[in-house]
Design a protein around this ligand. Structure first.
Ligand code: ATP
Ligand code: MG
Length: 333
């Protein structure tokens, strides 16, 4: 049995991208592995969050994850800031990672935008904290979307350098598990940008709590081109938006993009979008309903997160203690 760690930021309502690229794949893992799923609020504040919203979004995220099928009996579901080991190990890793490594991270460049000088230093060292999230549990399997591949490589560089500098083999190698069709869902407004819950445009994404009318409207407005659908994948070359919508339909109906194209060859986007809307609504409506139900009982949600944090701490604290000993910190006696 492997130990699996994955995180999601409470930086907004989870999107279809989060669902297809991450959450949906987490559900079956609970039955096969020891899984830790973390709502990473420390990461979320690398970009300013309104405090009241952050709090609400953290509960909303917990409710959504449960609604999607994570079970507090089968996995450890918790909030990052409830377990101080993340921040502590993250600091140690700030001192292990090299500036040159961080300078290569494309997500920082994307998220910082043009005014890089105005980005928070937290955003810059985000990958170090992500390495700590994983290694505080010595997790070896990390299911993430394709957008996190570069950060995982960096986490391995950090683990290796720590081991080398402190003459140990304490931290294991991390393996990404990047899975499935539509491993990267793109923005509905720009097929070259990934769908993100923190994108300023709500029209760029499907949120897991969007109702049927909202989904229909967003899909109707989704950018496309004027050509009909081709019969095979090669015909989607250079048509990022078309490819994205085909990928989404394939993912929610559990088939391959090739099959979607075979079935819809020659169809225009007007008709295709209706099919897509119907499939999305059928898939997402039960999740939305369960999420709203869970949000009605905040004490029960908070209690589930508390139990998760206790279980997470029981694993992370001894690992953190050993990392500190290796670094040479005087133990508190
Ligand atoms: P933010 O915009 O705040 O970074 P996000 O939508 O990128 O939010 P994260 O919390 O950063 O979401 O990532 C949670 C998980 O969702 C990660 O495993 C990430 O790889 C995956 N993920 C995020 N966006 C997509 C996407 N567009 N397609 C597929 N997977 C995605
Ligand atoms: Mg992200």
């Amino acid at each position: 049995m492997q130990r699996v760690f994955s995180g999601i930021q409470p930086s907004g309502v989870p999107t279809l991208g989060n669902y297809l690229g991450a959450i949906r794949n987490w559900v079956p893992m609970q039955d096969q592995h020891e899984c830790l799923f973390c709502i990473v609020d420390l990461h979320a504040i690398t970009q300013f969050q309104e405090p009241a919203q952050l709090l609400a979004q953290t509960r909303e995220m917990a409710a959504t994850l449960l609604a999607c099928g994570l079970s507090p009996e089968k996995c450890v579901l918790f909030v990052q800031s409830h377990v101080p080991a993340h921040a502590e190990l993250g600091w140690i890793f700030n001192c292990v990672a090299r500036l040159g490594w961080l300078n290569r991270m494309t997500q920082f460049k994307d998220k910082a935008g043009k005014d890089r000088e105005a980005a928070s230093s937290g955003l810059y060292v985000y990958p170090n904290l992500m390495a700590a999230d994983i290694l505080a549990y010595k997790a070896t399997s990390v299911p993430v979307g394709d957008d996190q591949r570069q950060h995982l490589e960096l986490a391995n560089d950090i683990a290796q350098k720590f081991n080398h500098d402190y003459g140990t083999d304490f931290f294991p190698r991390i393996e990404p598990f990047i899975q499935g069709v539509a491993a990267r869902v793109m923005s509905l407004r720009d097929g070259t940008k990934k769908m993100s819950k923190s994108d300023p445009s709500d029209q760029s994404r499907i949120n897991l709590n969007d109702d049927a009318d909202t989904i229909a409207l967003k899909i109707r407005r989704a950018r496309t081109d004027a050509e009909p659908l081709p019969g095979h994948l090669a015909g989607l070359e250079g048509r990022a938006e078309a490819r994205n919508l085909v990928g989404i339909l394939a993912a929610v109906t559990g088939t391959l993009p090739e099959n979607v194209l075979r079935e819809h060859e020659g169809q225009g986007f007007g008709a295709f979008k209706e099919v897509l809307t119907e499939a999305l609504v059928a898939h997402l409506a039960p999740i939305r309903k369960e999420m709203l139900r869970l949000l009605e009982d905040e004490p029960a949600l908070d209690a589930a997160l508390r139990r998760g944090a206790e279980r997470a701490e029981a694993i992370a604290n001894p690992i953190l203690a050993e990392a500190k000993r290796l670094v040479g910190f005087l133990p508190r006696r």
